[in-house]
Structures are given as C-alpha cells and as structure tokens.
Design a binder for this molecule. Structure first.
Ligand code: PAF
Length: 292
C-alpha cells in the first residue's frame, strides 16, 4: 500500500494506472475508519482494478459550533485497517495544499442541499460568506475527484443526502464517474456505524439504538397501510423522545430522489432522522418500500 500526500503525486499515480487501461475505485473518507468504510473499500476492490482511499478531515464542511477540533482521528489504526484490505493507495492531502491562500471556489447544489441536514447544519447565523455544510462537502469531493480521477466512487447510504447529491453532481458537471451507493452497515443492535459513535458514553450508546427501532417502527406503520407522513413522524418522534435524546434535529419523510418533504405517501419515500445523544449528532434513515 502506498501513502501519498501531494496532489501532484496522486495525479501522477492515477495517470499511470489509467495509461494501463485499469479502473480506479475511490472511497473518500475523513478517517476514524470503521466497518462501514471498510464495506465501501470491499465494494471498490470487487469492482475496480485499483482502490484509492482518501483521509481528509475537511474543515469546509464543519460549522463553527461543530466538532472539527475534536473530530476523531487515528491515522495509525486507519493505515493498519486499509493495509489489511489491501488498498492500493491511501491519499492524505494536507489542508494547506487543498485550500491554499486565495482559495474561493465553492460548489453548490441549489436544491438538494436545502432539506434535511442542509437545514440543521447551516454555516452559521450572520456569517454569510462561510460555506454551508453541503457546499463544503460538494467542493471537497469535486476537488478530490479532480485529483484522484476515479472511474467509480463509493458512498454509504447512511449519508443518504450526501450520496444523492453526488449522483446529481456527476450528472450536472458531466463527470465520467459512476457513483456506487452502498448499504448502511449496522452494529448488532441496529445502530448505524459512524465515526461519531465514539463520542457516546456507554449509557448514551444503549439509548441511541432506539434510532433503528424507531425507523423500523415507521416502516411497519407504512406497510400496515399508513400513508400520512405526519402520523408516522409523530410515532417515530415519540419513540425517540422516550430515550431522552439531547435534541432531535429532525424526523422527516422525503422523496427519495428530490429529498423534498412528502406529506402523503404515494411514491418511494425516505424516513430520515438526525438526533443528538450527548456530544454525538447521529443520522440514520430507511427507505419505506425496500432495503438499501
Ligand atoms: O462522508 C464523509 O466522510 C465526508 O463527507 C466526505 C465525503 C469524505 C467529504 O469530506
């Protein structure tokens, strides 16, 4: 496994691979890797000739009140895990090279970024020149795509909104990159794997398992014939509330493609939640008409 830092080295490596007519799979991450990330790596290994994993804690996508300073980082362990998966390149760019002085170009998806986490993770009130969360995500991903030049890129459906936005980004900007959506990986009790789960105390961790149970309950209501979003949302919220979360950002029913809110369910719909337990802001979701 090669470890590359500079953008030029990374570009040269990708060119060399493409010159051999080989396909590059790419898994962008912010490190603190867990089985969810490794499942993306395994998908890439199965579908592509070479696999690149990037590790970059992207300052642009954190709001001022968020956890950038404390975001879990363990490069040594990440490298070990990636070596075991026989990844070809781990790309760890430097913030100064990613965002040199004078950097100012921002990528914005005008509609898909407005709902769900776009609403609850704004830049900050009063700081209008600060990028919003999803501007930060779209900008760094496009930059990484330009440096790595992947044929396929792998995104987990836990960050459903992010994944839908990536589908749109490659379409809108005519990028020759296939976005591969991968299923959510869960702990035994259903809690979706996330780097932020390490913030949970033992007791918060037990309570957080309610998110999966509540989503399943919502799905059951749907399959029993309930078509009013408000009724499903009310019961899901009540279940989560009973476990005393610090704050519920949202429980939302939305169109699985446009992410617009759905009030009466007539087509594929996503039930999505964002909830704070202690210091952790956790997100999860479930399609009500199937699995993903
Ligand atoms: O999902 C993440 O870890 C990040 O949002 C990503 C895609 C690596 C961009 O920083």
């Amino acid at each position: 496994m090669e470890a590359l830092q500079s953008l030029l080295e990374m570009k040269a490596w990708s060119k060399k691979i493409h010159d051999q007519d080989l396909k590059i799979g790419f898994v962008p991450t912010m490190g603190a890797l867990h089985e969810g990330h490794l499942s993306l790596v395994q998908q890439s290994k199965a579908r592509c000739d070479r696999t690149v994993v990037s590790i970059f804690v992207n300052p642009l996508q954190f709001g001022p009140q968020e956890d950038l300073e404390h975001y879990p980082q363990n490069l040594e362990k990440d490298f070990e895990l990636l070596k075991k998966e026989a990844v070809d390149v781990v790309f760890v760019p430097k913030p100064k090279e990613m965002y040199p002085e004078g950097f100012q170009t921002m990528v914005e998806l005008s509609q898909l970024s407005q709902s769900l986490c776009g609403k609850s993770r704004p830049a900050s009130s009063g700081e209008s020149n600060r990028p919003t969360h999803f501007q930060g995500v779209a900008t760094v991903v496009l930059k990484l795509f330009n440096v790595v030049s992947p044929d396929q890129a792998f995104f987990g459906n836990k960050d459903f909104q992010q994944r839908v936005m990536m589908d749109r980004l490659v379409k809108d900007l005519h990028l020759d990159i296939e976005i591969v959506a991968c299923p959510i990986v869960r702990e035994k009790d259903g809690l979706a794997m996330s780097s932020r789960n390490v913030y949970l105390s033992f007791e918060e961790r037990q309570r957080a398992a309610v998110l999966y149970r509540a989503l399943q309950h919502g799905k059951k209501l749907f399959w029993a014939g309930e078509r009013q979003s408000s009724k499903i949302i009310a019961q899901v919220t009540e279940m989560i509330d009973k476990e005393n979360p610090k704050h519920i950002d949202y429980v939302c029913m939305c169109d699985a493609e446009t992410l617009e809110e759905v009030f009466e369910i007539h087509k594929p719909v996503l039930l999505a939640v964002a909830v704070h337990f202690g210091k952790a802001r956790l997100i999860d979701n479930m399609l009500l008409y199937g699995d993903h």
